[in-house]
Design a protein around this ligand. Structure first.
Ligand SMILES: CC/C=C\CC(=O)SCCNC(=O)CCNC(=O)[C@H](O)C(C)(C)COP(=O)(O)OP(=O)(O)OC[C@H]1O[C@@H](n2cnc3c(N)ncnc32)[C@H](O)[C@@H]1OP(=O)(O)O
Length: 718
């Protein structure tokens, strides 16, 4: 709702009241209409102040209403009514003014912001465009180039930048409300015509076409295939070239097209699932609601390799004092230098004073950890080494200290077996670079206690990461699903495809990089090392093993052969591609003839592999593994799997995540295709459709949010 009150000085104050973010629900819109009408009709009122309750102006339209039938007054005429008011309307921007919230403020005649506030036209992140006049008013207010950037990225703009750009008229460190009231008194009685943005003309550069073309190029690089940012560019073009009323018409047309699109649905699904992941539960009844996290006042990181350094920076950035431990003086010195320069860059970028960062001390002495609340071990993926460390930690750390292991796939329970308190051992799988990537898989072993899970999830929140609770199995959720995906990519090469063909299909689907370019970037030796450890290649491989088969299943030795010949990816200048100019991947003629030789050596008839087959075999095998993960209770819900893929594996947000995508494609189609590919490739068992997929199809393919109820009938590893 919106509360109305009169205050001395002939001011009407209208307060949006809809916790937690004062979203513009049907009831709020109705109340704004009513209160604005009341204020404009009241002879005693000379100016109106519009603010939000609880220090937040407005989080925009109520996203939950998008999936229901539209009720109540629409936003556009409501904002027009405010702009048309003869009495000045001053918006008080505290906390946030996002999406429709900022559009509402743009309809006001003045905007006063608190210095801690943020504004933004965030609709594009929900697969939409600012269709309450935002695409037409913002370019008129701040010019086309700046508006284009804000509208097409949906980025959050600080109050300081907002005043610099002219989005707000004033920023204050003290009470924005008091400032706005005093200001409103000074403009009461003035004519409001010049303050109506709909009457302005957008300042436009001469080379408008090249500005818009440049934006489209950036959009294609950032989010290929996404409809909303392209529609935003078209709407801004209308603002630059058409009168306001016609621009608004264009804005509405574009919104109508986006609003019912699958992409908007997928992105709104991502918005809610990301928040739902924090509300973890386990079948034992433990949950975020009934389990209290332990406070973390001091943390430690063991190992200052790539991951350890990023984790230490993340902790420090969250204001947590850190002790960083290494085993050798040389490594400690190099780690300290790297961490300090990362922190300096970080504080410069964020304008943070050093006081906001947690201090980091460096040591070779594990005994210094006796007072730490939480330790994150981030050494190499070597089980024996990890167990040795956990055994030592048990004797030096406090009995209640939480012991975390940063592993990308090792057995948490085996690591915990080396600790004297296995219930306090939890997996924290960070993603590289750990101070940048948002995802944290919180891995729960069979003996991990609810308190350990709660503390790790709370830590994720403090580090501004998205924590997702997963069960213990090789590769957990994310990496486990990657295996069948990469394997299919190798098999497609064996059968006749080229790396650039596979990558192109995946990039057109929306991944920033195809799988072969990703492997070249992270280094082919990463997978090689783990395959050697698993005895799939290298010295542990039993003599006489068939080259293209392991344990009766198909195996591709292609990546092993590349590694053996020194092609490790970008770092060696060649991998699946050639890198003559740093980081620029070009198809390598050598690889093409190598693949031809390989096929003839193994008697493989090369064929043209179609784009549909590439996409289906790669994605459906990954999705099929997702269904197995659900069946085994390694993930609590399909939504959790989708959050992991969107926030940690570059799955395009406008496709919602693998499980959501499967549902959008149609589960019967996914099942049918998997059956077909399994029939034609019986030596690839992971193409056999999972029983969970069959069950869902048999039950009429219910929507994703209903799967959880069905999953609960199965076992759980959480
Ligand atoms: C004609 C069309 C015109 C306009 C279209 C729009 O306005 S689209 C909406 C544009 N708004 C946004 O994109 C803002 C979305 N919200 C946020 O970015 C954050 O929620 C926010 C406001 C920065 C607050 O962040 P915080 O971390 O403090 O809280 P959290 O994100 O966990 O949100 C708290 C709960 O509020 C729910 N929520 C937030 N925004 C909205 C919204 N606009 N509509 C409905 N619900 C919203 C959110 O889901 C959380 O709910 P919970 O049940 O607690 O998980």
């Amino acid at each position: 709702m919106a509360l109305y009150r009169r205050i001395p000085g002939a001011i009407a104050v209208i307060t949006l009241t809809n916790p937690p973010v004062n979203a513009l629900s049907c009831t709020v819109r109705e109340a704004i209409y009513e209160t604005v009408k009341r204020a404009t009709a009241d002879q005693e009122v000379k100016a109106i102040v519009l603010c939000g309750a609880n220090g937040k102006f407005c989080g925009g339209a109520d996203i939950k209403e998008f999936s229901r039938e539209m009720r109540g007054p629409p936003l556009v005429p409501m904002i027009d009514m405010i702009e048309e008011s003869e009495k000045p309307v001053v918006a008080v921007i505290e906390g946030v003014a996002f999406g429709g919230g900022l559009e509402l403020a743009l309809g006001c005649h003045y905007r006063i912001a608190h210095s801690g506030a943020q504004v933004g036209l965030t609709e594009v992140t929900l697969g939409l465009l600012p269709a309450a006049g935002g695409t037409q008013r913002l370019p008129r207010l701040i010019g086309v180039p700046a508006a284009l950037d804000i509208i097409t990225t949906g980025r959050h703009v600080s109050a300081q930048e907002a005043v610099r750009l002219g989005i707000v008229d004033k920023v204050t460190d003290s009470s924005a409300m008091e400032e706005a009231i005093e200001f409103a008194k000074t403009v009461a009685g003035e004519p409001m015509g010049p303050r109506r943005l709909s009457l302005w003309t957008a300042a436009c550069p001469e080379d408008l076409d090249s500005l818009l073309e440049g934006a489209l190029v950036r959009i294609r690089q950032r989010s290929r295939g996404a409809l909303a940012p392209v529609a935003c560019v078209q709407a801004v073009r209308a603002a630059a070239s058409l009168p306001f009323a016609q621009g608004m018409k264009k804005e509405q047309e574009l919104m109508a097209y986006l609003f019912t699109s699958g992409q908007a649905r997928a992105m709104q699904y991502c918005f809610f699932t990301q928040r739902a992941a924090a509300r973890w539960t386990t079948p034992s009844g433990a949950s975020w609601e009934n389990t209290k996290a332990r406070p973390v006042r001091q943390a430690a990181v063991i190992g200052l390799g790539t991951m350890g350094k990023g984790i230490a920076v993340s902790l420090s950035r969250a204001g947590i004092p850190v002790i960083a431990v290494e085993t050798e003086q040389k490594r400690l010195k190099a780690g300290r230098k790297a961490v300090n320069s990362m922190l300096t860059r970080e504080s410069q970028k964020r304008g943070l004073a050093e006081a906001h960062l947690g201090s980091i001390s460096f040591t070779l002495d594990l005994r210094k950890l006796r007072d730490t609340d939480l330790v994150i071990e981030a050494v190499f993926e070597d089980m024996a080494l990890k167990k040795q460390i956990f055994s030592k930690l048990s004797s030096v750390c406090r009995p209640d200290a939480l012991l975390c292991t940063n592993t990308s796939g090792l057995n948490i329970d085996e690591i915990a077996s080396a600790a004297s308190r296995p219930e306090l051992v939890v997996g924290t799988h960070f993603f590289a670079p750990a101070h940048v990537m948002k995802l944290l898989e919180v891995v729960c072993g069979p003996r991990t206690s609810p308190v350990a899970v709660a503390t790790a999830m709370q830590l994720a929140k403090r580090l501004e990461k998205i924590g997702v609770v997963v069960g213990n199995c090789s590769g957990f959720v994310g990496n486990r699903m990657m295996r069948p995906y990469t394997e299919q990519a190798y098999y497609l090469l064996e059968e006749g495809a080229r790396p650039e063909e596979v990558d192109l299909v995946l990039e057109e689907f929306g991944f920033a990089m195809g799988i072969f370019r990703v492997m070249d970037l992270s280094g082919l030796d990463v997978g090689w090392r783990s395959r050697k450890e698993l005895g799939l290649t290298g010295p542990k491989l039993p003599p006489g093993t068939e080259a293209r088969s392991r344990g009766g299943k198909r195996y591709s030795p292609l990546p092993d052969i590349l590694c053996e010949s020194g092609r490790l990816g970008q770092k060696t200048g060649r991998g699946w591609y050639l890198y003559e100019k740093e980081r620029v991947a070009t198809p390598d003629p050598w690889l093409q003839s190598f693949l031809e030789d390989y096929r003839s050596r193994f008697g493989i008839q090369s064929r043209r592999v179609g784009q549909d087959e590439i996409l289906e075999r790669c994605l459906y095998s990954l999705i099929n593994e997702g269904f197995r993960i659900l069946q085994e209770g390694i993930a609590a819900s399909p939504e959790d799997i989708d959050v992991i893929y969107v926030s940690g594996y570059g799955w395009p947000r406008h496709r919602g995540g693998p499980m959501f995508y499967a549902w959008m494609v149609g589960l019967p189609k996914v099942l049918d295709k998997l059956e077909h590919y399994h029939r034609t490739h019986p030596d690839i068992p992971n193409l056999a459709p999972s029983s969970m997929l069959r069950k869902l199809v048999a039950r009429g393919s219910p929507p994703v949010h209903q799967w959880r109820a069905l999953i609960q009938q199965h076992s759980s590893q959480l």
